[in-house]
Every structure is written in C-alpha cells, then in structure tokens.
Design a protein around this ligand. Structure first.
Ligand SMILES: Nc1ncnc2c1ncn2[C@@H]1O[C@H](COP(=O)(O)OP(=O)(O)OP(=O)(O)O)[C@@H](O)[C@H]1O
Ligand SMILES: [Mg+2]
Length: 260
C-alpha cells in the first residue's frame, strides 16, 4: 500500500476557468498631512482557480498594497475584491476573519512570525486557531506541519524560535504556515527575497507542487524574473496601475528529490 503523504492533494472542485479572485476598479489613496497619495489608481483583473500569477513592478509601484487588499487586511478607497464568489468589502470583521482563515494563506514581506512560538508551533498556529472539524485532528496537523517544514529544508530547525532563525529560514517558516490549512488561495509577497539558490529552489518546489498538484491559486509578488517565469500569468504594475497583463507558458521545472 502506498503511504498517504500529508501533502497529498485533496480533490479540488470547480473548473480551471472559474474566477477565484475578481478585482474591480480598485483604488487606494492615503492622506499624509495635507496631501493625498494615490497608491492604487484603478486596478482590474480576474484570476482563475488554479492560476499562478506573478505580480511584478518597481519598488513603490503598489504591489504589497494590492496584496493586502486582496487578503482583506486593508480597505480599498473604492472598488471591490471578490474571493471565490464572496465580495469581501461588505463583510463584517468577524465574517471577513473567518473567510480569510479558510480561504487565504498569506506570506508577508516581513514574515510576521510569533516570537514566543517555535518554528513548528508557528506553522501549526492557523491549524489550532481554525476551529473547523476537519482541522481538529492534531496528529494530522502535526504531520503536515513537519512535512511542510521538511519540504522547505527546515527539518532540523523545527524547535527553534524565530530569533534563532536567519531571515531566510523565517521566510520559509512563514511559507509553511501559509499552506498548513490547504487554503484555495495563497498570496505571497517576495517569498524568495531572502533566499540563496538552494533554498530558493526548495521554496519554488513547494510553491509549484501546491499550485500544480493541489490546485492552489497562487498570487506571488516578486522582483525575480526567473521566478516569475514559472507563472502562467504576469501582471506588471507601475505607479499604481496595471501596465501589462500577459498569459505565458510557464517555464518547465524538474522537481528535486524529496528528502525523507
Ligand atoms: N501608510 C502609508 N502612508 C503613505 N504612503 C504609503 C503607505 N504605505 C505605502 N505607501 C506608499 O505607497 C506606495 C506603494 O507601496 P507598496 O508597499 O505597495 O509598494 P511595493 O510595490 O510593494 O514596493 P516594494 O517592492 O518596495 O515592496 C509607496 O510609494 C509607498 O511609499
Ligand atoms: Mg512590497
């Protein structure tokens, strides 16, 4: 009998062309003193279920602001974000938190690990916070957390606290945490920004595995054209506007041997 890996894919329903993220007329302005800064100036796009979209653009072009709005972590000045059929702008805080918990894994540019928890406990946290019955099996959660940490090369670091981890290691813990609940959408802000080639390829393996095998919809902010080449879609921002939105053939990728 073949052992079932905790990373094994659940069957995802819905066709590849159904919209997962719909962004319509999205604007974000901020007042600083007497001036108003228009950070996003009207963004429209639709991302299908199972798509892997790379968001590119110069520093300050609005990428992190856009990702925060997609996750409902911030409110737009105008426009709407619809996730898996639900318009998030009209939801109350409780409903939004619930939807976010079940639908989105978020990897922040600044990791945001809990300093008093070990790597393993950080990865398990969403599992423990999410009270739904399918996440009540502690042994299964633990197995998946260990498998995810192993797959990003942190098998020997599971019991370390964030302060004992390098920036790149913390980034990989944050990535494992984003995937623990098998969210249908993962939003990641520069997930390989701090990684060397070997660890960058671990992370790339994990991202592509989850996108291609588990059908996770992936929106990834990156400055790295080599990473963006693996996406099926490339959206480029400049000064708060989409200046290019192209489908592309993803670069071929050979998965490295998975360690035990
Ligand atoms: N709270 C804020 N108040 C005023 N301006 C802000 C605020 N947050 C962001 N900005 C401005 O909005 C613009 C977009 O910021 P954002 O963080 O989205 O850029 P980015 O594309 O993610 O850049 P980077 O590649 O450097 O991470 C920047 O010019 C930034 O200075
Ligand atoms: Mg940013």
């Amino acid at each position: 009998m073949t052992p079932v890996s905790p990373l094994a894919a659940p069957v995802q329903s819905g066709s590849l062309s159904s919209p997962m993220i719909v962004v319509s007329g999205l604007r974000k302005s901020l007042r600083t003193g007497s001036t108003t800064v228009d950070i996003l100036k009207g963004i429209d796009f639709t991302i299908s279920r199972g798509e892997f979209a790379a968001i590119m653009g110069a520093s300050g072009s609005g990428k992190s602001t856009l990702l925060g709005l997609l996750a409902g972590l911030d409110n737009p000045t105008s426009g709407t974000v619809t996730l898996n059929g639900t318009a998030i702008s009209n939801l109350g805080e409780d409903k939004l938190a619930q939807l976010r918990g079940r639908t989105i894994g978020f990897v922040f540019q600044s990791y945001q690990l809990i300093p008093t928890l070990t790597a393993l406990e950080n990865v398990l946290l969403p599992y423990e916070l999410n009270g739904s019955p399918e996440h009540s099996d502690e042994a299964h959660g633990l197995a998946r957390a260990r498998q995810l940490l192993t797959s990003v090369g942190l098998a020997a670091r599971m019991d370390h606290y964030p302060i004992q981890l390098s920036g790149g290691e913390q980034q990989r813990v944050a990535l494992a945490r984003a995937f623990i609940l098998r969210p249908p959408i993962v939003l990641a802000d520069e997930p390989t920004g701090n990684l060397d080639t070997a660890n960058g390829s671990h992370v790339l393996d994990l991202l592509l595995h989850l996108n291609r095998e588990e059908g996770t919809t992936l929106v990834l902010v990156t400055h790295d054209p080599a990473l963006a080449a693996y996406a099926s879609r490339r959206i480029t921002l400049r000064d708060g506007l989409v200046i290019a939105d192209e489908q592309q053939t993803p670069a071929p990728h050979t998965f490295a041997e998975r360690g035990a």
